[in-house]
Design a protein around this ligand. Structure first.
Ligand code: FAD
Ligand code: DLZ
Ligand code: SF4
Length: 507
């Protein structure tokens, strides 16, 4: 044998660099289910089941293509439980000249891989993960000499590079780079709300589900019903259905939230893209084509492409630029423990209950629920950003540190002091009421500003601004809020602070 190719659980891509570099006639692919990966975060049961089933299906498809695959299941007797242990065990069994891997998504794993050459005494080739549209090096060059990074400018560079939604004269299609002005509509109940494509569990998935329910019983979340796709074909079907049914309204209702509607017009593609079952550039091209074929309006196509071509690439760039220190940042010095209800949904706040309940059921919540409900609450309440990060990394099927950490710690908790976003995403109950229908069924009154029964977001919002005044008041985007505070009567200010204090005291 020439090379041993280690393929990680989020590298389920046929033309990934390690497989492109390998030779199916001579090399052996190693895939391992290991406790170290299944427990480094307290992963949702559905996330573990999705990944193990997708890994098993991918291994089968590689064998069909003619590859030799060593696949180690979690319950295999000799499984050592870690990547390093399994590589070591395989090297004893198979006589490899070199180890071939595509770089890891997470810093923790990349660091481990970088120690293998010395540890195992054989050449280890770590190849670029070119499934990303912007390489780590390219992002570093873009970021050099910039004090603050702004996604919008990075995104324009990516539009020019890929020619997505670009005209021949070099201008952006429609004459603007961004159509977000049209994208902030609250949604209303709609009998024709699309449902994402669902996949029936096959034999492989069923046996993974049995194993996960037995071995990970104490992990958060519900395992049933399990309807995630687990193959490239399943993921394509989800993409096809999204483009046909939901994309046309994606832009308009991107920021909306509705009771009982877990998915609205969102795509549910992140778990497939992040695991390698869909290619991000291909997904964007399909959306560009849908616009050109007249099947989706420009605000939807542009808004969607920006999430992948812009945000997804941008947060990955920031992660690799700023790790390993990034994870320890805590600009606002927030120290409170994460409330227990994040793990149970047991709260009277209807918006939080809806977002958390569906997270525990589906391992999914859409962006505005993550940012403006669970994230906003943690920010206002001053929860330790590391605890918030650990929660997000655990509960979502699409969560890997490279994408989750900058979104949570940077965008949502402002713990990086404004490196990723220009101001904290802090909002009172008024925002949630405008963008959702949650408040109607809530024990709290969103219109009541202070005192018992008032919406907690209302008083927490002002207490947050005052608690963090020395760090935020010089931010030009916050100036208006501080001047509103100054114009309030002393009694009103005191009522806000007292109400927030009473709420936080019993949290
Ligand atoms: P859609 O709304 O349909 O968006 C389309 C695609 O755009 C997504 O599939 C995703 O690939 C990409 N995308 C959208 N927004 C972002 C973003 N901010 N960063 C990166 N990609 C984006 N996304 C993850 O993939 N993994 C995470 O662990 C994760 N953690 C998050 C934590 C917080 C606190 C916040 C605020 C956001 C997080 N996001 C994360 C980003 C975003 O919320 C999810 O990508 C999105 O909700 C996934 O659902 P969807 O596929 O239906 O997305
Ligand atoms: C998330 C995850 C889980 C739960 N289990 C495994 C596993 O057993 N084997 C594996 O190869 N990958 C798993 N993963 C995904 C990895 O955590 C992911 O590949 C790394 O974090 C990327 O750096
Ligand atoms: Fe959430 Fe406040 Fe509305 Fe209740 S009243 S749903 S707590 S925003």
């Amino acid at each position: 044998m020439a090379n041993l190719i280690l393929l990680l659980g989020d590298q389920l891509t046929h033309d990934i660099s390690s497989l492109r570099e390998g030779n199916p006639d001579k090399d052996c692919v190693l895939m391992v289910e290991v406790m170290e990966e299944a427990t480094y975060a307290w992963h949702h049961k559905k996330k573990i089941a999705f990944l193990f089933s997708a890994m098993r299906h991918f291994a089968e498809s590689l064998k069909e293509e003619g590859w030799t695959v060593d696949y180690v299941q979690l319950d295999d007797e000799e499984n050592t439980g870690s990547f390093s242990g399994e590589v070591e065990r395989t090297l004893k069994r198979r006589d490899a000249e070199a180890l071939l891997v595509t770089s890891a998504g997470e810093y923790r794993v990349q660091e481990m891989m970088e120690g293998w050459e010395e540890r195992f005494g054989l050449p280890v080739r770590i190849l670029e993960d070119d499934r990303f549209i912007c390489s780590r090096e390219e992002f570093r060059e873009w970021a050099e000499d910039r004090k603050q990074f702004r996604m919008e400018y990075f995104y324009r560079e990516m539009r020019k590079k890929t020619r997505l939604l670009m005209e021949d004269d070099g201008e952006p299609t429609g004459g603007e780079w961004n159509f977000d002005q049209q994208n902030r509509k609250p949604a209303k109940q709609d009998l024709f709300m699309p449902t994402p494509h669902q996949t029936e569990p096959d034999k492989i998935t069923q046996s993974v589900l049995d194993m996960v329910s037995e071995r990970f019983e104490d992990h958060p979340g519900k395992l049933d019903p399990f309807w995630f796709g687990v193959t490239h074909e399943d993921a394509q079907a989800v993409l096809d259905q999204f483009i046909a049914e939901a994309l046309p309204c994606f832009g308009d209702y991107q920021d909306a939230m509705l009771k009982g509607e877990k998915f609205l017009y969102h795509s549910l593609l992140s778990l497939y893209i992040n695991a390698g079952l869909l290619d991000p550039l291909e997904v964007c091209r399909r959306v560009d084509k849908a616009y050109r074929d007249g099947k989706a309006p420009l605000n939807s196509a542009e808004g969607f492409i920006r999430q992948i071509l812009g945000w997804r690439e941008y947060v990955r760039g920031v992660y690799w630029l700023k790790m390993p220190d990034y994870v320890d940042m805590n600009f606002l010095d927030a120290k409170r423990e994460l409330p227990e209800f994040y793990w149970t949904g047991d709260t009277d706040m209807a918006c939080l209950k809806a977002a958390i309940d569906q997270t525990l059921e589906e391992a999914y919540a859409h962006h505005i629920q993550r940012l403006m409900v669970t994230g906003n609450f943690a920010l206002l309440a001053g929860i330790d950003p590391k605890a918030v990060h650990e929660w997000y990394l655990a509960v979502y099927a699409d969560a890997y540190e490279w994408v989750e950490l900058p979104n949570t710690l940077g965008m949502s908790q402002f713990a990086d002091g404004g490196l990723l976003g220009s101001k904290p995403y802090a909002a009172s109950g008024n925002y949630i009421n405008k963008m959702s229908d949650y408040c109607g069924g809530c024990k709290y009154d969103v219109k009541q500003k202070t005192g018992e029964g008032s919406c907690p977001f209302n008083s927490l919002y002002w207490e947050f601004l005052i608690r963090n005044r020395s760090k935020l008041e010089d931010n030009p985007r916050m100036a208006q809020m501080y001047s509103t505070w100054e114009r309030m009567s002393g009694d009103k200010q005191e009522a806000y602070l007292e109400t927030a204090k009473a709420f936080l005291g019993q949290l």
